[in-house]
Design a protein. Sequence first.
Length: 300
Amino acid sequence: MKTIKKFFIDNEHVLGWAMSGPALIAILAIVLVPMIQSIGQSFQNLDLARPALNAFIGLENYANLLKDSRYTSSLVSTFRFSVISVIFELILGVSIAVVLNKKFVGRGFVRGLMILPWAMPSIVNAAMWKWIYNANFGALNALLSQLGIIEQYQIWLSDPFWATVLVILANVWKETPFTVLMVLSALQTIPEEVKEAARVDGSSAWNTFIKITIPLIAPTLMIVSILQFLWGFQTFELITVVTGGGPFSTTELVAIRIYQNTFRSLRFGYGSAMAYLTALILVIPLVIYARSTYKRMVNY
């Protein structure tokens, strides 16, 4: 027994694997096994509504997806939703983080308050915005009416343009605090000596921000933008509760389309293929973006 104990203590690598082994086994059982199973399903005509037709069909599901106009439309809608959301989240997140990085009375309280929208459960956030956009007694109509901007209450979510704008607004409100938190932590790592040297050289506050602050927090901005872009593709509760994918499927994102095919139509093979094709489409632009951004940071 002492020999075995001494073996593990003297061999740190063996001890590390022994300690992490149970967690790795759990991850393999919970994540890897279902992933392999779903990959296999993507090559099958697995339709629980018509089990007699279930068979291995190879790449046919993927070929059908490329011809599926509703899937490509949802893909375009999701890219638009994610890109616009990320742009506004970065602009607002950086601006708010810069303000919260200043010293003022009540800064700690404001910082704590800022994180509340992100900490709010997604389904609660979605329900809140649904009530705000309500055509009969929503806060948005009441506010615009009192300000004299509109003469009568509008059914905002029945218009494709406004439905898209309003769900993006709700998503930006929910996700911006995460960007603020990450950027604020990055700003606090910048040495004061660097800023002081810039001020001594006569650099304006704007030039210091553009030429010193932004390059120093660029790695954080890259990570945040990638995460927010990916989370945009995972948006489900907000769209389901607020618009249901309408009107005319203009807010039907990929996550909604995958859910409808897999769990409503019970086409598990087609739904699995849709999920993995979407993941593959996402990987390519993200890798290009990460590599190009990294090269610019290194060259700078």
